[in-house]
Ligand binder design. Structure first.
Ligand code: NAD
Length: 359
């Protein structure tokens, strides 16, 4: 029997978990790809583009018969009970943010992999959806800021006079932050960045940006690469540094997050009126509370002439490439967990141990 891999249509996202190109490049032996009708339509892949070994089927056929079911967001709660009991469900459950996940899945008979639990290791890099999506959102944050800013990014020397380059402040130099730094530099801006992880300093500097160091950060190598919660005293010193720099910045890109916790507030409300009129804040940490005290998740607001955009899913605005990259990550995971055309979940494998949230 061939392995049937079902791809669900997202209900509230333009992306799709596997593109026709992903399938063409798949080396999975004898697999059949069942695509829910319309799944790729909003990311530019219509039903006709999914050709053999892919075929278009209904949602219920996938839920009830596929051996592996992949999506970007989990199926609806009322669908969880109707999934093939022998299936492996692959999606993003964010169990570190949502306590109800384990309870919801506990009584289900099938296995579940959460793509956002893939370890952040070199070996697992090709399956790391958090990195691929953060990289897109870091890039898009800068493009969005450049569009909103009533000033140039690059220095301009013209017959009508000279224009100074924009100053960009990046808070949090993880995957999204580093991409935001690289994109801002390519557009000609002067860039400074903060992070609490010591490893970030060299990465920031290698991209041609200045690393702003606030002494005394807690850095735990045992936290899987993630930042740890800082003391209130440290954050107060950091806010003072941010404020001094925010006043001279044209754009601030916020990405600072601490996994499983509320994002640290690093731009206080009283910093906003002190910023240059027309400046732009893009807060990618909005869904976990934001780094700016005034951020409203999912909204663009203007306060004292400063535009504050709270959006943690800018990658969804670039669905074609985002689907392609997400699909590559899924494909690499599937290659890792199958052998000779069959599912081969090795429980002792570090990647499987990290992301299999229900066995
Ligand atoms: P994230 O989204 O959890 O956080 C974004 C950044 O905010 C991090 O760099 C974090 O250190 C920083 N931050 C947290 N509190 C802060 C504060 N008070 N001030 C300033 N910055 C603050 O991080 P991410 O982008 O998902 O990356 C997580 C980690 O995983 C990073 O260390 C990254 O380098 C690492 N990573 C490793 C690999 C790999 O080795 N294959 C792949 C991807 C990511």
């Amino acid at each position: 029997m061939p392995l049937i891999i079902g791809i669900l249509k997202e209900r509230e996202d333009k992306r799709v978990a596997i593109t026709p190109d992903n399938i063409k490049r798949s080396k999975l032996k004898d697999a059949e790809w069942w695509i829910e009708s319309g799944a790729g339509a909003e990311s530019g892949f219509n039903n006709g583009m999914y050709v053999a070994p892919a075929k278009i089927v209904s949602r219920s056929e996938i839920l009830q018969q596929a051996n592996i079911i992949a999506s970007i967001f989990p199926p609806a709660d009322d669908e969880l009970g109707s999934i093939n009991k022998d299936a492996l469900l692959i999606s993003q459950f964010r169990p570190y943010q949502d306590e109800s996940v384990q309870k919801k899945l506990a009584d289900q008979p099938y296995k579940v992999i959460s793509m956002d639990m893939i370890p952040r290791t070199t070996l697992a890099q090709a399956m790391d959806v958090l990195s691929s999506m953060a990289s897109i959102s870091g890039y898009r944050a800068v493009i969005l800021a450049a569009q909103q800013l009533p000033r140039h990014f690059p220095m301009m020397i013209t017959s009508a006079g000279s224009i100074r380059p924009a100053k960009v402040l990046v808070i949090g130099a993880g995957v999204a932050g580093l991409q935001a730094i690289a994109t801002s530099r390519k557009l000609g801006a002067i860039v400074e960045a903060f992070d609490v992880r010591a490893a970030a300093k060299e990465e920031v500097q290698s991209l041609g940006a200045k690393f702003v160091e606030v002494e005394g950060a807690k850095d735990d190598k045992g936290a899987g690469g993630y930042a740890v919660q800082q003391s209130e005293e440290y954050l107060a010193r950091q806010r003072a540094e941010v404020q001094a720099r925010a006043m001279k910045s044209d754009v601030i890109i916020c990405t600072a997050q601490v996994r499983g916790r509320k994002a640290p507030i690093l731009i206080e409300a009283d910093t906003i009126p002190q910023m240059r009129h027309g400046s732009v804040i893009i807060d990618l940490a909005a869904s976990t509370g934001g780094n700016c005290a005034l951020t409203e998740n999912g909204k663009t607001i203007v306060r004292n002439g400063i535009t504050i955009i709270g959006d943690s899913s800018l990658e969804t605005g670039m669905p074609e490439d985002a689907s392609q990259m997400y699909g590559n990550n899924v494909l690499n995971l599937l290659t890792h967990i199958t052998k000779d055309g069959e599912l081969n979940l090795r429980m002792e494998d570090e990647i499987v141990k990290g992301c299999l949230i229900k066995s």
